[in-house]
Design a binder for this molecule. Structure first.
Ligand SMILES: [Fe+2]
Length: 287
């Protein structure tokens, strides 16, 4: 048995393998199966509730954090899992919005997540509305300590920014890319001075298929969990067919296969960041 890639960006990092709640009722004799990089893992909680993971007869490193199970397929993680301080912050609601399969490279899903220019067209009357199509200049930097991409000072006019919003407002966004297949979005909330956090954690099944896990850590005293989840599903349901209809399922990183457009500083930075780490998994090889 072996994984379908030898890219250390996948093998030597922590990859999400499903929600931590999936371990309820499991044991070594009754594990839960999860797909990752072309293989089927067995996951269970031991007598102390500590997660365990096996591929065939081989034990793999696994940890439960931020509400999810994270597996290091190669066995030797090159770095610790990213921090998510908002997950444990008092006053926030933590809502797991479930898992959605997407038939495209996960790199495409993250790039789309970072892109504000599509809001008025793909999420019309919710996250954007014509003629409010301008993506104002924003800042993008790589954090020296963590190597994460941060895009800050992003502002966009939105008709209905979240389940708790019922009128238009200019919304402040921050984006954060922690790993090639994980990203966070922080945006204006209903609590003054506080930002809602939305995590997008992609479980790579193969180069052209992921399971997208979405988690909210938000301030909302009125919406039900079902309403919060429905809002996220509506947004994701609008992105999914567009993602799955890309001419190339994998992400081109070289040459001019797709010409960058205005307002996509995040995308340019993300692609360069992937090239610099020698990303091969989910990447379209130049012809
Ligand atoms: Fe979208």
């Amino acid at each position: 048995m072996s994984f379908i890639t030898d890219d250390p960006n996948m093998l030597d990092d922590w990859l999400v393998a499903g929600p931590a709640t999936a371990l309820a009722g499991t044991s070594e004799a009754r594990p839960r199966a999860a797909r990752l990089l072309g293989e089927t893992l067995q996951l269970w909680g031991d007598a102390a509730g500590t997660p365990q993971c096996r591929l065939g007869s081989q034990a793999l490193a696994v940890q439960s954090r931020h509400g999810y199970l994270w597996v290091c397929p190669g066995g030797t993680p090159a770095r610790p899992l990213f921090d998510f301080p908002e997950y444990g912050e008092a006053g926030r609601r933590i809502v797991d919005c479930g898992a959605i399969g997407v038939a495209v490279s996960g790199l495409r899903v993250i790039e789309n997540f970072l892109d504000m220019a599509h809001f008025p067209f793909v999420h019309a009357d919710v996250l954007g509305k014509v003629p409010h199509t301008e993506v104002a200049t924003y800042q993008v930097r790589i954090e020296p300590g963590t190597g994460e991409i941060w895009a800050t000072d992003c502002r966009f006019w939105q008709p209905r920014a979240s389940a708790a919003h019922d009128s238009g407002s200019e919304v402040l966004y921050k984006y954060r890319v922690m790993q090639p297949l994980t990203a966070m979005l922080y945006k204006s909330s209903h609590r003054a001075g506080k930002l809602d956090a939305i995590g997008l954690f992609l479980q790579p099944l193969d180069d052209e298929h992921v399971i997208a896990h979405t988690l909210l850590a938000c301030y909302d005293d009125t919406s039900t969990d079902a309403e919060l989840i429905a809002f996220q599903h509506t947004i994701f349901g609008q992105d999914k067919p567009i993602l799955e209809n890309h001419a190339f399922k994998r992400m081109p990183l070289e040459g001019r296969a797709e010409t960058p457009t205005r307002g996509d500083t995040s995308s340019v930075t993300y692609r360069r960041w992937l090239r610099e780490r020698g990303m091969r998994f989910g990447v379209r090889q130049a012809a």
